[in-house]
Design a protein around this ligand. Structure first.
Ligand code: F6P
Length: 525
């Protein structure tokens, strides 16, 4: 007999809006100035996280402590880091931190070892000049990010990424490659994702068509469901596993990094893991007011839920980090794009912001005008490396100068009086100066964080990614939502399957809206 009891969420859970600590926090946040110009920099796992450009007051610091206590922050953090059930709606742990432990549990250590041996063997045989990495979302972005960041100037192996179901993606990904020297990597936690399996089939057909004798020997699978990959035809020694307790968007730390290792070496993977693990230790141990992920999370909550900013801009001042924006976009928006709390009710307080961005200085010539003088504005996370890895110090000085200047402009703004004086100093006549000065005013007081990496080492990038992961966890905890599920994405997948059947001749569902029904009819062959 079915259990008739109604699950009402974790016992003792209170919606955020009903917590007295939230009311105090909200008031304190409204009364905490953004540009009081006092320096607040937190050093964490080698990163310098400058939160001087976020609202601050002693009252807000106290309210932050109280709110986190009300949410059992210490207990919940330990539960996460020790592999307890953090993902309550899917009833499993979210234990990605176990993958980067210096001394991991046996099953993790064994897969790490297998991966290293695979790469060593390929290197010693000088095989696979091309790697085609097929995966989407969390099975794609982290690898792209690492390969871009450390292979930006080229590597012995060329990596091609194929994610989209759009056939042009696989067509372009395979174009011009020597099939006999190409390894296909299929990365999919579930091994059911339509994009990955379809693109995988096309790659298999391509290998066969090119006369490759044993095409399955040129395919590797990375998945949490190895038995499905075996059924697909992939030999056991070519299937790398990870576990159900690793969320897809956190799977970069698993064997999914095989492509990274083949491209830029296992040292890079190990370095990223070490940096992330150092950030885990910081998150576990640092007191709240010196805890970088916590402070980043809480200023994000002030900006989103109190000040009403609908989005967060990520501005990495590093050309090599162009994939950082979609990576953080998935991590934040798939995790925090929810408005139902753990008890099943509406949060009724704005939760996860839209995340967007582009590397500086390109971003300055694209949308920074909107950040400076647009009616909405957005908080900005500036990310920059103190030291560059190229040989042109002038370039780097200019990059740093631009980063600091944009941030200062957002923070301090420019008053009407200053703008007027500038116009007059330029020799403008009085009337024109008074008119034009209005257009040159910057409101200022727009929040930002500056994250400084000593240089873009694997260690620093690992620490940076773990910083955002833990920030997302803290925000989910405070808002009272589960950052580890993604039911919204699942619904669209189900609808797409039905429409695909209709496009292939099945009767059209009468429950479609008029527009969808029209286009299904149009697109049916
Ligand atoms: O976009 C939804 C999602 O489930 C992500 O969470 C995941 O990273 C992606 O699809 C790919 O899933 P899989 O690794 O199972 O193919």
């Amino acid at each position: 007999m079915a259990d008739s009891s109604i699950f009402t969420g974790p016992s003792g859970f209170q919606p955020l809006r009903l917590l007295p600590e939230w009311a105090v926090f909200e008031t304190a946040a409204r009364n905490s100035p953004i540009h009081d110009h006092s320096l607040r920099i937190i050093n964490a796992a080698g990163l310098h996280v400058d939160v001087s450009g976020q609202g601050y007051s002693d009252a807000l610091a106290e309210a932050t402590d109280a709110l986190l206590r009300a949410r059992d922050f210490g207990l919940m953090r330990d539960r996460l880091l020790q592999g307890g059930m953090a993902n309550v709606t899917e009833e499993r742990a979210a234990w990605h931190t176990a993958l980067r432990e210096p001394d991991p549990i046996d099953e993790v250590a064994a897969e790490r070892q297998r991966l290293t041996e695979f790469v060593r063997q390929a290197d010693s045989e000088r095989r696979w000049r091309n790697v085609v990495h097929i995966g989407i979302g969390g099975s794609d972005w982290g690898v792209r990010l690492a390969v871009d960041a450390f292979g930006y100037a080229g590597a012995w192996r060329t990596v091609h990424f194929v994610a989209n179901i759009d056939g042009h993606a696989i067509q372009g990904g395979l174009a011009g490659l020597d099939a006999h020297d190409t390894l296909i990597v299929l990365a999919s936690k579930s091994f059911t994702t339509a994009e990955t399996l379809e693109n995988g089939q096309r790659a298999l057909e391509w290998l066969k068509a090119a006369g490759v004798e044993n095409p399955y020997d040129q395919i590797v699978a990375i998945t949490a469901r190895p038995e499905v990959a075996y059924k697909w035809g992939i030999p056991r020694n070519h299937v790398f596993t990870f576990w159900d307790w690793v969320g897809g968007r956190f799977s970069l730390w698993s064997s999914v990094s095989l492509t990274t290792a083949l491209s830029v070496d296992t040292d890079v993977v190990a370095g990223m893991q070490a940096g992330a693990s150092a950030m885990d230790a910081h998150f576990a141990e640092a007191p709240v007011h010196l805890n970088a992920p916590v402070q980043l999370a809480m200023s994000g909550i002030v900006n989103r839920s109190v000040l009403g900013y609908g989005s967060l801009n990520i501005a990495p001042y590093d050309f090599r980090l162009s994939s950082l924006v979609p990576y953080i976009q998935q991590m934040e928006m798939e995790s925090l794009g929810k408005s139902t709390d753990l008890a099943g009710g509406a949060v009724e307080i704005p939760t996860g912001p839209a995340v967007w961005g582009m590397p500086g200085t390109d971003a300055q010539h694209t949308f920074f005008q909107w950040l400076h003088q647009g009616s909405d504005g957005a908080p900005v996370d500036f990310i920059v490396c103190q030291q560059a890895d190229h040989g042109w110090p002038e370039h780097h000085k200019r990059l740093l100068a631009n980063c600091l200047a944009q941030r200062e402009a957002l923070l301090k703004g420019k008053s009407y009086e200053a703008a007027l004086q500038q116009c007059l100093d330029e020799g403008m006549d009085n009337d024109k100066a008074h008119w034009l000065a209005h257009h040159k005013v910057h409101a200022g007081g727009r929040p930002s964080t500056l994250i400084v990496l000593p240089r873009l080492s694997p260690y620093a990038l690992g620490a940076l990614l773990a910083l955002y992961e833990h920030k997302v966890f803290v925000q989910g905890l405070v808002w009272g939502i589960n950052p580890f599920d993604q039911w919204g994405v699942e619904y669209g997948k189900v609808l797409a399957k039905g429409i695909l059947d209709e496009l292939s001749g099945a009767p059209v569902d009468a429950r479609h809206d008029a527009s969808t029904a029209h286009w299904v009819e149009q697109f049916r062959g």
